[in-house]
Design a protein around this ligand. Structure first.
Ligand code: ZN
Length: 317
């Protein structure tokens, strides 16, 4: 009878706002918890928490036994409480992964939040210019031989460029403008669990760099550094664009002009993988990317044309 009572107490806790979606990836259906952190999480994220016994302890809501004081602890904590504490200062350029994202992104998000406490209120906010500056080695796939070779990379948000070197000394092999720089994890394409695809355009052509690093933290830090550099570039190039609003506000996308940093692209951005292969559109704004799904290629083309028409128009009124 104690068991039944506890079960209904836990069921009540799931109805508390915030607890019905995974504290880490936002997936619906939270049947697991970290009873050390006081959060309700999904099955996938519970697997990551299980590997971090120094900061987290996992319990199933329905399969495990719950002591009364633990239920009381969960009641006094919960997802919104944890979010207020561990996500107090997530920088606007930092990529918050969703359930469809690759493992390294989700794992490093969880580690950054709870293990390294990177986003708690007492942390000093790192400005995008310094967050977007980084130097180190990455394994880069060769253009012809397709072998991975260790290359030194330098990202400088202040200078607005990323460079990489093939030799210890001397001039860089390539100097890439941050203006068109983009990065997304492509673990299957690169055949490495930390595989990152960096794209940029030069002379009107899109080019790719395929890189990885053995350390999950290192590659995700590079990924977010590129995002920070890009964010810094957009904020300094288009200073009139308002700061991003609270991310909980959804449903409206303000569309500015191309010369204000707005752009329409075919396809999906980082982390968006569709089960059904439907064509998509990404609306890039100076501070965020929005994704739209289309029924077919024709619809995608029509929407891109229509959105580009809006972008080309000067704002009135
Ligand atoms: Zn999750």
């Amino acid at each position: 009878m104690d068991r039944d009572r506890n079960k209904s107490l836990l069921q009540e806790l799931l109805k508390v706002p915030g607890n019905d979606r995974c504290a880490d990836c936002g997936a619906p259906g939270t049947e697991w918890t970290s009873y050390k952190l006081g959060v309700f999480i999904c099955l996938n994220c519970s697997g990551i928490h299980r590997n971090l016994p120094q900061i987290s302890r996992v319990k199933s809501l329905w399969l495990d036994f719950w002591e009364n004081d633990l239920i009381e602890f969960m009641k006094n904590h919960g997802n919104l409480c944890a979010k207020a504490k561990y996500e107090a200062k997530v920088p606007p350029y930092y990529y918050i992964p969703r359930s469809q994202d690759c493992l390294v992104l989700r794992e490093q998000w969880i580690r950054a939040k709870y293990e390294r406490e990177e986003f708690v209120a007492t942390r000093v906010y790192q400005d995008p210019c310094s967050a977007g500056s980084r130097e180190g080695f990455l394994w880069k796939r060769g253009r012809e031989c397709r072998q991975f070779q260790k290359r030194r990379f330098i990202l400088s948000a202040g200078e607005g460029v990323m460079k990489y070197y093939t030799k210890e000394s001397g001039s860089p092999k390539a100097i890439i403008s941050i203006e068109t720089l983009n990065a997304m994890f492509q673990t299957e394409k690169i055949k490495h669990i930390h595989g990152l695809q960096i794209t940029y355009s030069t002379d009107g052509q899109t080019r790719n760099l395929f890189v990885y690093h053995e350390s999950g933290k290192e590659i995700v830090d590079w990924f977010n550094a590129i995002r920070a550099a890009r964010y810094h570039y957009l904020r300094t190039t288009f200073p009139a664009v308002p700061e991003p609003e609270d991310s909980s506000e959804q449903g409206h996308v303000f569309i500015g002009r191309t010369d204000e940093g707005y752009e329409v692209r075919a396809g999906f951005p980082q982390g968006v993988q569709m089960k059904k292969r439907k064509p998509g559109i990404t609306m890039v704004t100076p501070t965020r990317e929005f994704v739209f799904m289309c029924e077919n290629d024709r619809e995608q083309r029509e929407w891109i044309d229509a959105l580009n028409g809006v972008l080309a128009q000067p704002l009135t009124g």
